[in-house]
Write a new protein. Structure first.
Lengths: 388, 147
């Protein structure tokens, strides 16, 4: 075992030398100083682990090998962090990604998010965010995002992940809200046998366990995106649900996402009252209701996602969003056909709301309007991947 | 909106940090028991802190298992509470009654808190805890690779 560990550590040392060379080259380019500093810290941590393993080996204590094995796994995890995520994303970042990054910077500034010191944009996968250490995330999005205004809406959901991770009190308060709901239900004492009462307690324990911090995080992100972009996110989410293979009431215990119907419910409840009578909200609501027609809620859905529980999560999230000072979107939605004359570029939330209105109510003029807006939002670069 | 990447990556990071801190604390106690802690640069305070880290984690696990036994509702808020909930599931898969786990964990916690010597059953229990955390991180990384 000792020989193996010595050989493995030697291999890691070589790999570290290579990775540090790559990071040094990045530092010379000077484009991502904060990300590079983060990568250097990761290299340093790997070096420390290698040093510690090397200091333990001469002791020749076999019962320490399981501890060393964990350290080897920690090194592997850190190399993966560098080699699977950051280094390829930075290596492939070109003018198109940088142009998109500048739009993300504007959105972050408008939301008052100052702690994201640096970021990388990559077109290598579907819309997602890799949080990294928290202040230097990678934003993934399909390159097609540059050509489609609707594709930008999900960005607000991804940014909300960074907020949830930045402020641990959000998770704590949401967990309290779920606990309070379950306790309230348990305090009601219908005439049940002892066995039935035990089963009921077990069901609420399961509900509490279902709403772990990761599912709460996903729902918080939907609520946040609806609060800060208004009806555009509600429509966008319903659009995603309608084109998804998942049944709206399907509860997947191995998925961090709550069922689509619970997420839609949360978006509907989060939407500012000022939009209640807007044609966009009415149309989106009708779409959703027709989609739900003749679909049956499962008992598991009713157990995990009752209306009052979703409402409690929404209310707590709204209160946290307000407490942290994030701006709620209350701008009037452009009305067709004047919406086709919308030319604002400064506020992405306004732009995507206009885009949804034009898509749904001004279909014939939408394509030309979107093209002209995209050309201004993301001016063509020398890369082939520019807007077409 | 449909990607689990952000949640899975943050879970993997937090699980890795917890595994690292518990593994490191156990390593220091094992070095102390072998009379090698000072040689490796660990001070008495470091080792005491490591006992505290392990005792705290076991206390949280104890609370989670007791809560489950008594049908209490507990919200897993901290990183350690969330890990303890996952460990509870693993314990149930081991074929050993929860009462026996409670007894073992209580005993080891007392040894750690009372600064008593750690005996063979304590080492075995602590190593199992690291294995459970290790397994959880491995699952995170598999999930992350599929995200």
């Amino acid at each position: 075992m000792r020989d193996y560990v010595e050989a493995k550590v030697g291999e890691y040392d070589e790999k570290l030398t290579y990775v540090r060379g790559v990071v040094t080259d990045l530092a010379r380019r000077g484009s991502h100083p904060r990300v590079v500093a983060e990568l250097e810290r990761t290299c340093l941590k790997i070096r420390e682990l290698i040093w510690r393993i090397r200091s333990l080996l001469p002791l020749n204590l076999p019962h320490l090998f399981p501890r060393i094995q964990v350290m080897l796994a920690q090194i592997t995890t850190r190399f993966d962090w560098l080699e699977e995520w950051y280094l390829p994303a930075i290596a492939h970042e070109g003018p198109d990604e940088i142009a998109v990054g500048q739009i993300i910077d504007r959105v972050l500034a408008q939301l008052g998010i100052t702690w994201i010191a640096d970021k990388v944009v990559s077109f290598s996968r579907a819309l997602a965010m890799f949080p990294g250490s928290g202040d230097c995330p990678i934003f993934f999005m399909p390159s097609y995002t540059r050509n489609s205004l609707l594709n930008w809406i999900g960005l607000y959901h991804e940014i909300a992940h960074a907020i949830y991770q930045r402020f641990p009190e959000i998770a704590s308060k949401l967990a309290d809200a779920v606990l309070a709901y379950c306790e309230r239900q348990l305090r009601q004492t219908p005439a049940l046998t002892a066995t039935q009462l035990d089963r009921r307690t077990l069901r609420y324990r399961e509900t509490l366990a279902y709403w772990d911090t990761f599912r709460l995080q996903e729902l918080f992100c939907d609520i946040f995106a609806t609060v800060v972009t208004g009806p555009a996110y509600l429509f966008s989410w319903v659009d995603v649900s309608l084109t998804s293979l998942d049944g709206p009431y399907s509860v997947a215990l191995d998925d961090e996402h709550p069922p689509n119907a619970a997420r839609t419910q949360a978006c509907l409840l989060s939407l500012h009252d000022g939009y209640a009578a807007s044609p966009l909200k009415t149309l989106t609501n009708d779409l959703w209701e027709r989609f739900l027609d003749r679909r049956h809620r499962s008992p598991l859905y009713d157990q995990y996602c009752p209306f009052d529980l979703v409402l409690a999560i929404v209310r707590t999230s709204q209160s946290e969003i307000q407490r942290l000072g994030f701006p709620a979107y209350q701008t009037p939605i452009p009305v067709p056909p004047a919406s086709l004359s919308y030319t604002g570029m400064d506020n992405l939330a306004e732009l995507v709301n206009a885009a949804v209105v034009n898509l749904l109510f001004e279909r014939t003029g939408f394509v030309t309007w979107q093209k002209s807006m995209i050309e201004r939002l993301c001016p063509p670069t020398r890369n082939a991947g520019g807007p077409s | 909106m449909m990607s689990s990447l952000a949640a899975l990556a943050s879970k993997a990071t937090s699980d890795e940090q917890l595994l690292g801190s518990i593994n490191d604390a156990l390593l220091q106690l094992q070095l102390e028991a072998a009379g090698k802690a000072t040689e490796l640069g660990y001070k008495k305070e470091d080792v005491e802190l490591s006992r505290k880290v392990l005792a705290e984690f076991l206390s949280i696990l104890l609370r989670v298992i007791t809560g489950a036994q008594e049908g209490q509702l507990l919200a897993a808020k901290s990183q350690q509470e969330q890990a303890a909930e996952k460990i509870l599931l693993r314990l149930d898969d081991q074929g050993k009654p929860r009462e026996d786990w409670l007894e073992d964990i209580t005993r080891t916690t007392k040894h750690l808190e009372g600064k008593q010597s750690i005996d063979a059953p304590d080492w075995s229990l602590l190593e199992q805890m690291v294995d459970f955390l290790d397994t959880e991180l491995a699952r995170d990384l598999v999930a992350l690779s599929k995200a």
